[in-house]
Write a protein that binds this ligand. Structure first.
Ligand code: HEM
Length: 369
């Protein structure tokens, strides 16, 4: 598609005409161009009825800046760096529970738990409830663009909201020093999130905070298993992990397509007429393998150096959690390799099952021994 039809128009099951943008250069332009907006209410009579949809990812300026501002300061690289030791302990505890010599399912035994424990702790939500979030957020994510899963998704949203309603009541009664306690009150300027925004921001952080990083760990380990010489290099030189994580994000990124954008006006884009209200989606993983941007894009090379991949998006919606995801990925993968350097895949790569849906890309299970 990228070579033959890089700006491709098709009819989407949600009833909209949409464009798929698959070249790196075009992807960057779309992600930075604010004529492609996020708030569906501005282009459609369909109202954003879902309470969990009122968040920064589905907003445009100035609302976006305001919503992001409530949480931004908790996710800076400096604040996140302070969590290194604690995340290391979580990784070690999880691997203590896996005994050497036995088969482990990397996703269920390790990759899922680490990021969800971290984001629950930041928010101040009991980590024991993490399996509930997993099933709710899976239903919500996998339903994107697919009508058939909408019912399950709506039910999951209701249950999610009900859970949070009870949680917020507890926090208001008994605030702590977690992020939700800070969000239920006004900030230093006196501004406060509305009830709907509060659900939206917290739900987004729970979903974005684990669905993606699970797959960074899963896809990253899979890439190392497929390339034993790269894995050996990383075992010998754990300090190469920063470059390795960037290459894992580029080579097999956890977010396959961006979320939806909408043309706010009729516009000419690289010889195509995109009409007002058309849906526009960026194929991030495809852009990250564009041969016009990356030399030998299908080669996995942990020494490639800074590659400016688009795995975290670009523009105002650039991933808020990128510093956290990078740190979690580095710790998770280096700890796994240090403790189990001889891990082997207990399945044929061709038989691995991938998760459904357009948004996230990751294997359902990764059996190792
Ligand atoms: C936005 C990827 C981890 C929170 C995004 C976007 C991408 C992305 C591509 C932009 C989507 C778009 O423009 O349509 C990833 C990847 C991750 C990851 C690949 C892991 C490897 C996290 C984590 C958090 C998080 C751990 C939680 C703290 C967010 C938020 C946004 C976002 C809040 C919306 C930002 C905005 O609209 O301003 N992420 N993400 N992400 N991500 Fe992440």
């Amino acid at each position: 598609l990228r070579a033959s039809n890089p700006i491709f128009k098709q009819f989407f099951p949600n009833g909209h005409y949409g464009w798929i943008i698959s070249k790196y250069e075009d992807a960057v332009e779309v992600l930075k161009d604010q004529r492609f907006i996020k708030d569906i209410a501005k282009v459609s009579s369909i109202e954003q009825t879902s309470v969990i949809g009122k968040n920064m990812l589905f907003s445009d300026l100035p609302d976006h800046k305001r919503l992001r501002g409530f949480v931004q300061k908790g996710f800076t690289p400096q604040i996140i760096a302070g969590k290194r030791e604690h995340i290391q302990k979580i990784a070690d505890d999880l691997l203590d529970a896996v005994s050497a010599g036995h088969t482990m399912n990397l996703i269920d035994d390790y990759a899922f738990h680490l990021p969800i424990i971290v984001i629950c702790e930041i928010l101040g939500i009991p980590t024991e409830d993490r399996e509930k979030f997993r099933s709710w957020s899976n239903s919500i994510i996998e339903a994107s663009f697919e009508e058939r899963s909408r019912e399950a998704s709506l039910q999951a949203q209701d249950e999610f909201v009900e859970y949070l309603r009870e949680r917020f009541a507890i926090v208001r009664e008994n605030p702590g020093d977690d992020l939700i306690s800070q969000l239920v009150v006004a900030d230093e300027t006196g501004d406060q999130l509305s009830e709907g925004e509060l659900y939206g921001v917290v739900t987004l952080l729970i979903i974005a905070g684990h669905e993606t990083t699970v797959n960074l760990i899963g896809n990253g380990v899979l890439a190392l298993l497929e390339h034993p010489e790269q894995r050996e290099q990383l075992i010998q030189h754990p300090e190469y992990i920063h470059g390795a994580i960037e290459e894992m994000l580029r080579y097999n990124g956890p977010v396959e397509f961006s979320t939806a954008r909408w043309a706010s006006e009729d516009l000419a884009f690289k010889g195509h007429m995109i009409q007002k209200n058309d849906l526009v989606i960026v194929a991030l993983d495809s852009a990250n393998r564009d041969p016009e941007r990356f030399s030998q894009p299908d080669v996995f090379d942990i020494s490639r150096g800074k590659s400016q991949h688009l795995a975290f998006g670009k523009g105002i919606h650039l991933c808020l959690g990128a510093p956290l995801a990078r740190l979690e990925g580095e710790i998770a993968i280096n700890t796994l390799l240090r403790r189990f350097p001889k891990l082997e895949l207990q399945a044929n790569i061709a038989d691995l099952e991938w998760r459904p849906g357009m948004l996230v890309r990751g294997v359902k299970e990764l059996p190792l021994s």
